[in-house]
Design a protein around this ligand. Structure first.
Ligand SMILES: [Zn+2]
Length: 101
């Protein structure tokens, strides 16, 4: 199976009813993605922003060895933004909404 983040060939360690566990040697490492999110992304044909997802995983790994990416995390931190504001990275900010207007 493919890595859910970067689409590289990866080992899927585990698939349960509530999440898929992936071990990606291309750089994403060991993580889980909630089954809801996998289904939602398939349905909408959405993909992770690789760089953003890997940064998020790096942060999340400080607290959990195998981070779980939930639909909530995806919506809050990982969703592709249409805006091109790449300077505003996940540098420890809390989820404060950013409005440009
Ligand atoms: Zn990967």
């Amino acid at each position: 199976m493919q890595c859910l983040i970067c689409q590289a060939a990866s080992k899927t360690a585990h698939i349960t009813g509530s999440w898929s566990e992936v071990k990606c040697s291309a750089g994403c490492g060991h993580f889980r993605v909630s089954a809801n999110l996998v289904a939602k992304m398939k349905f909408k044909n959405e993909f992770f922003d690789i760089e953003r997802a890997r940064q998020w995983l790096e942060m999340a790994r400080r607290e959990r060895l195998v981070p779980l990416i939930s639909t909530y995390d995806y919506n809050v931190a990982l969703l592709h933004r249409v805006t091109k504001d790449r300077s505003d990275r996940l540098s420890g900010r809390s989820g404060k909404p950013i409005t440009s207007e």
